[in-house]
Write a protein that binds this ligand. Structure first.
Ligand code: ASP
Length: 334
């Protein structure tokens, strides 16, 4: 018998991973020197109004600053969230996360969670008990979004500063400001208004339920490095990356992913070593258009993915055995 969920309060599982939203400083006016200190239960207890919207259950996946999240933590976080989502008693998931690498974790989850249930990633720029901390309201808005019916099927969402972004096109664009989390020109999907999220756009690239990637089939992720191009760049970092066993190199190129002579030489070096070479852009948004000169070096273009998102997709594609042509197709469709 199919359960009629409209007759019961929604159950939202809150997966804690750490970050500033779970941190505290010695004084309430220090916004920069702080440590992860709070459990997910403390985050829940600090926002009692969120429990009026749903039954909330906390799970502590890990408790670290997000700059410490490595590939094995990323995989186990995705496994943990996937298991929670499979439970018919779970209606939605909120993940509390540091903002530094939130965009990477959110996009990874967007690609590997086979679900239409709302999944919302949320962080904060100010520690939990600092003056005008943004954590409690961001968390409340994340629960609002997770319990809004139209959040279903939107893929992984990121809530910050009253806005709702799609995981694919969100990024941290400021070091410390309260509005650090922003969308590229494709990223803003909606806004939290009253006690609901209101959407004005939806993501059209493949994600979650329509993704081919399955967390249960993934055991480890390959090393993929990002190199930042600049005027007068050398080839030595490409060589070091190849020598260190990288299976793909993403270049944050200038403009339309243009390569300096040093990095172009690096692309040839990568091709000769069988390492995938991907052109992305350091500009932060826009589409890296293919060039006639890509074919001779077997270069892949990242489309509109930022270098850090391109790295996530490249890791997944390579882990699933994709060749260069299949990887390019993935860059065109995710
Ligand atoms: N360093 C913190 C982190 O990413 C920053 C934050 O959460 O805003 O964990």
């Amino acid at each position: 018998m199919i359960e009629d969920t409209s007759k019961r309060r929604p159950c939202v599982v809150v997966v804690g991973t750490g970050g500033t939203i779970a941190s505290s400083a010695a004084v309430s006016t220090d916004f920069h020197n702080y440590d992860v200190s709070d459990s997910v239960e403390q985050i829940l207890a600090a926002v009692p109004d969120a429990a009026k919207l749903a039954d909330l259950r906390g799970i502590q996946a890990i408790n670290v600053g997000s700059h410490k999240i490595d590939n094995s933590i990323l995989l186990s976080l995705a496994r943990c969230v996937s298991e929670v989502l499979v439970d018919p008693g779970t209606d939605a998931v909120v993940i509390t996360h540091g903002t530094d690498t939130l965009e990477e974790s959110a996009y990874f989850l967007h690609l590997v969670l086979r679900t239409t249930k709302p999944v919302v990633v949320v962080g904060a720029m100010r520690p939990a008990r600092s003056l005008s901390s943004d954590g409690p309201l961001n968390f409340f808005n994340a629960v609002v979004t997770a319990t809004t019916p139209s959040s279903r099927g939107m893929g992984v969402l990121v809530v910050a500063n009253g806005h709702v972004y799609g995981a694919r096109d969100v990024m941290k664009r400021d070091t410390t400001s309260i509005d650090a989390i922003q969308g590229s020109k494709f990223g803003l999907l909606g806004e939290v208004s009253g006690n609901a999220a209101r959407f004005f756009h939806s993501p059209v690239q493949r994600h979650t339920a329509s993704s081919e990637f399955d967390i249960n089939a993934l055991h480890e992720l390959p090393q993929v490095d990002i190199l930042f191009d600049h005027q007068a760049a050398g080839t030595h970092l490409c060589r070091a990356s190849v020598d260190a066993g990288s299976e793909a190199i993403v270049v944050a190129g200038t403009g339309n992913g243009s390569l300096s002579p040093g990095l172009r030489e690096g692309a040839a070096l990568a091709r000769d070593a069988g390492v995938v070479f991907i052109r992305a852009s350091r500009t932060g948004q826009g589409i890296v258009a293919p060039l006639n000169s890509d074919a001779e070096l077997g270069i892949i273009t990242a489309g509109s993915l930022t270098p850090q998102k391109a790295r996530i997709l490249a890791m997944l594609g390579i882990a699933c055995g994709k060749d260069a042509d299949q990887l390019q197709q993935a860059f065109n469709s995710y």
